[in-house]
Write a protein that binds this ligand. Structure first.
Ligand code: GUN
Length: 292
C-alpha cells in the first residue's frame, strides 16, 4: 500500500487566508491581535518553537512579544507578570511555554492566566468547557489534528482511534475532542499511556493512531493494520553529524510504517505547522471575544 502524506503546510496556509479576513475586521475596530509568550530559561527546543510562533504573527501583521525570564525566576515574580498581562487590555493571548523549570509547577500558573486570554486552552475552566462539549479555546495541537483530518476528508465518525500519550497538551484534550458528539467527532477513542500493557493489541485494531509521546520509533510496522491512518505528533531530536548537529523525527518509524498506512503525517512538516496556525486562530478568537 502506498501512503498519502498528511502535509500540514498547505492546510495551515488555507487557514491563514481565512484568518486574514478576521484580522482585517478587527483592525477596522482598532484592534490588532496580540500574543505574549512567556519563555523561561534556555530550553533550545522551546526557543525554536517560540521564535517560529513569533515569525508567523509578524507575517500576518499581528503582534507578538516574547517575555524571557531567567531559569531561576521565583514563583512570585512569574505570578506578578501573569497578573500584569491579565490586566493589559492590549494583550489578547497569553502563552506560558512548557515545560517549566523543575522548581515551578505548571498548574500553579496555568490556572492564574485569565481564561479569556488562555489561547492554549489549558486553564481548568477551558479544559472543563471542552470536556463538557462546549469549548471556548481548544488546545492548539488537538485542534490542528482535527483540521488536518478534515482537510484531507478523513471522517472520524464511528472510527476506532488510539491516542498514545496522556499529556494535558495533546493526549487528554484530543481524546475528549474526538469523542464529542460534534459534527467532526463521534469517534471511539482509547487513550494509551506508559502503563498500558501490550500497546500493540490496541494499535493493531486502530483505524487512526495518534502518537504524542516523544519516543522515536515507538510505532513500528508490525503494530499497525493495513490502511490505517497515522498522525505523528512526536517531536524528537536525534543528534547527527550534520551542520546543525541534529535532525527531528516523530514517534513513528516512518520508513516501515509508510508501507502499511493509507495516510501518514510526516515529521517535520505534518502537525507542527498546524499547531502554530491554530495558535494564531485562538489569538484572533481571544481578540474577537474581547470586543463582546
Ligand atoms: N510546549 C510544547 N507544546 C506546547 C504548547 O502547545 N503550549 C505550550 N504552552 N507549551 C508547549
Amino acid at each position: 500500500m502506498s501512503s498519502n502524506l498528511l502535509l500540514g503546510k498547505p492546510v495551515a496556509e488555507k487557514h491563514y487566508s481565512l484568518m486574514k479576513k478576521r484580522i482585517l475586521e478587527l483592525k477596522n475596530k482598532g484592534i490588532v491581535p496580540k500574543l505574549v509568550v512567556i519563555l523561561i530559561g534556555n530550553n533550545p527546543a522551546s526557543r525554536i518553537y517560540v521564535n517560529s510562533k513569533a515569525k508567523m504573527f509578524k507575517n500576518l501583521n499581528c503582534l507578538s512579544e516574547i517575555k524571557k525570564l531567567d531559569e531561576r525566576v521565583s514563583k512570585k515574580n512569574l505570578l506578578k507578570l501573569i497578573e500584569e498581562l491579565n490586566n493589559n487590555k492590549n494583550v489578547h493571548g497569553i502563552l506560558l511555554q512548557l515545560p517549566l523549570p523543575k522548581h515551578l509547577d505548571s498548574n500553579d500558573f496555568l490556572s492564574k492566566i485569565n481564561p479569556m486570554k488562555d489561547v492554549d486552552g489549558f486553564h481548568p475552566e477551558n479544559s472543563g468547557l471542552l470536556f463538557q462539549g462546549n469549548p471556548r479555546f481548544i488546545p492548539c495541537t488537538p485542534l490542528g489534528c482535527v483540521k488536518i483530518l478534515e482537510h484531507y476528508k478523513i471522517d472520524i465518525k464511528s472510527k476506532y482511534i488510539v491516542v498514545i500519550g496522556r499529556s494535558n497538551i495533546v493526549g487528554k484534550p484530543i481524546t475528549s475532542l474526538l469523542s464529542q458528539p460534534f459534527k467532526f467527532g463521534n469517534a471511539t477513542v482509547t487513550l494509551c499511556h506508559s502503563h498500558t500493557t501490550n500497546l500493540s493489541s490496541y494499535t493493531k485494531l486502530a483505524d487512526i493512531i495518534i502518537s504524542a509521546v516523544g519516543k522515536p520509533s515507538l510505532i513500528k510496522n508490525d503494530m499497525v493494520k493495513n490502511g490505517c491512518i497515522i498522525l505523528d505528533v512526536g517531536i524528537n531530536r536525534i543528534n547527527d553529524s550534520s551542520d546543525k548537529g541534529y535532525h527531528i523525527v516523530g514517534d513513528v518509524d516512518f520508513p516501515s510504517v509508510v508501507e502499511k498506512a493509507s495516510y501518514i503525517s510526516p515529521v517535520p512538516g505534518g502537525i507542527g505547522p498546524m499547531t502554530i496556525s491554530m495558535l494564531v486562530h485562538n489569538t484572533i478568537l481571544a481578540a474577537e471575544l474581547s470586543t463582546k
